[in-house]
Design a binder for this molecule. Sequence first.
Ligand code: CP3
Length: 338
Amino acid sequence: MSFLQACRCEPVERTPVWFMRQAGRSLPEYRALRRDGDILDAVRTPEIAVELTLQPVRRYGVDAAILFSDIVVPLVGVGVDIKVLPGRGPVLDPPFRDASDLDRLRPLEPESDLAPVLETARLLAGELDVPLIGFAGAPFTLASYLIEGGPSRNFARTKALMHAEPTLWHRLCSALADIALATLRAEVGAGAGAVQLFDSWAGSLSRPEYLRYALPYSRTILDGLRDVGVPRIHFGVGTGELLDLMAQAGADVVGIDWRVSLPDASARVGEGIALQGNLDPALCLAPPEVVEAATREVLAEAKTLPGHVFNLGHGVLPDTDPGVLQAVVDLVHEETAR
Ligand code: CP3
């Protein structure tokens, strides 16, 4: 299992590769199965979620599968009325504003609140011959959707709240950390062999903000998984200035976007931590020779790393030609075979 070995900085037969959002609109078979139904309905239907998880594994021969779900699914599970709009993302009306909104979050009971997701994971574990990655959203990123009521560019309301009402922020993020930890522990119990904590928007925070308002809650989650023994991947976008802190939060693997070179990132995260990344997903829309050169560059940069999982620096863009991603998988496998 080269994926798990690379996550643990152990020697591998060849560099493992998978893609964030490998399941999704870039695949014709995904569009055919999903049509214009609600993504949350697809997540709630294990036969469909299993098939959507398997599609990219079958097509590309990637070295890991990622559970077909969404970071907002556990919040929906505890009764928050979030919708996921196509082309836009998660929205909530009315958004969270004050302490009374904490009543909208209750503790997660995974076996009932996430029953279909766990069933999907169990079915997949019996079918896959590569590891299944379970995942959850980190408290800062989830809180931003709850407070902004949707996707955001500057996270103004979220930042205003964390600075103005630190006690409320603390209560909110503690509740979100408990939900994320319960989600991940249950997914591992159902067969996930690794977990990824998505703090996708943490790159909008300064170091002092990250230290005070994000890291403690992500640490609760990552530390709370130590005893289950699976690799813990910690990912965000635009986090070049935070990579050392994200590693300190308790990760075995840190996800890197395209803004930081892998050797620089490795120096920042410190010893004994593997890196995942970091081909720019936008480059996958360029001609094949550009993608090939960029892939070779990532591999060259990764040569001296203790552990490397090849991935994009963020999710696959919907307009990506699957043939381009296939060429990336094949090139990574061929070039790194020992
Ligand atoms: O292969 C996979 O990665 C599939 C599983 C997966 C989805 N969402 C399915 C999905 C994962 C790991 C996620 C995580 C997720 N969801 C994150 C963290 C990863 C990241 O991209 O930073 C975030 C921030 C979300 C919230 C969210 N959900 C967004 C921003 C969107 C995109 C809106 C759009 O339509 O472009 C969604 C919807 C969503 N979740 C889609 C998929 C495949 C696309 C919409 C659809 O097919 O209906």
